[in-house]
Design a protein around this ligand. Sequence first.
Ligand code: AMP
Ligand code: ZN
Length: 467
Amino acid sequence: MLMPHMRLHNTLSRQVEEVVPLEAGRIKMYTCGPTVYRFAHLGNLRTFLLADLVRRALEFEGYDVTQIMNITDVGHMTDESSAEAVDKMQLAAGDEGLSPLEIAAKYTEAFLADAAAIGVRPAHVYPKATEHIPEMLELTRALVAEGHAYESEGSVYFDVQSFPAYGQLSGNTLDNLVPGHRDLETAPGKKHHADFSLWKQAGPGRLMKWDSPWGEGFPGWHIECSAMSMKYLGDRFDIHTGGIDLTFPHHEDEIAQSEGGAGHKVINMWVHGGHLRLKGQKIAKSSGNVVRVPELVERGVDPLSFRYLTFQTRYRSEMDFSWEALETADHRVKQLRRRMVEWAPAADGLGAAATALDERFREAVATDLDMPKAVVILNELVSSDAVPDGEKYALLASWDAVLGLDLEREALAGWEPTAEMQALVDERDAARAGKDFAQADELRDRLQEMGLEVMDGADGTKIRPRD
Ligand code: AMP
Ligand code: ZN
């Protein structure tokens, strides 16, 4: 079978493009993470599910993916365009009677728990903005030195006129950006109305502030992603993800900072997700109609069912949330898990009908994550008369590396590997991580001799009894 190649819509080119890794077999990706001054809602989580899906789909194709997700714990202001704006972290700290660091710790922990509950695989590093102030200052200093930024009244601004490619991502070129555009910062002392801050002078009452060559201050919102992405992924990486609202100004400004600093292209592909709306309303903290993961659990919905729900809409389209649709998705996921119990054990090989479905499923995933089509193919498999039960089980178990619905949960319940089996599994995962495939194969043979079926899941070796 010809390996399908992942194709994704690149906001930069406005086209669906083949993912061509900078380094063979490896993908380096950066995901704009949460601002940790409040709980994440299902809209935010839809965007994090997209990043997770990109990663799982690439791993499904055999890539080794490194994913970095930042934690924004400083610098995100209530209103970028107003001089009276307050840092959201500081505002929440005031409201809750906690310090900004306590606020960050509280909501980071909640975010990680919510993300885990919906099957988002953990990033390899979660760098925090407050722990990377020196890196941000260094990049700011370099941008000033290279003529891409300037100081004015204790703040430092990026000089957009020094970066001719400004606007290429969002279409907000300097010709298009009129003064007074709502996403532009208003500050005295800027050379151009579209210049944006890299470093801001600390005003009176400001709690989170650091020393800098320009006096006490704090970083602008965008600089953290440039500094941290390049620190952990290098000055060229493959994919950057985020919600569509981040295209401008956040990502436009990130390109200017990173590429201005590096002197060359840094990020190959930009993948942006559409918003989730509740009753026709965009779900956002400001609109009050926020739905969170614990509420799903309270209503008896498995949080993983939210994944299945999001698969029914293409990721770039806006999606309306409804409890009815979520409950239907939940019913379906639970039904699939019960069918898996009936279909177990997994067959060893696949016949022609199952192979054809497998190819179509992989092709759908590789086609800019066409999950609605993948779900249709899944339904075809479930109701097919041509595919024997054991092959249905084997296919769904393998597709679950992308779907992340824990479809084997019930089929595997009640069986626990012995300590010896687990030790061999751990040893095999270590061998695979170290690319010692001969050793990994030998360990697989030993597990098979113990009467086990051995599968290569995205999370490592999976075993189950071959009854
Ligand atoms: P924030 O924590 O506000 O920085 O947002 C985290 C992520 O959620 C960003 O990638 C946003 O683009 C994304 N986001 C915000 N609102 C929504 C929404 N209603 N639907 C989907 N994604 C969203
Ligand atoms: Zn970012």
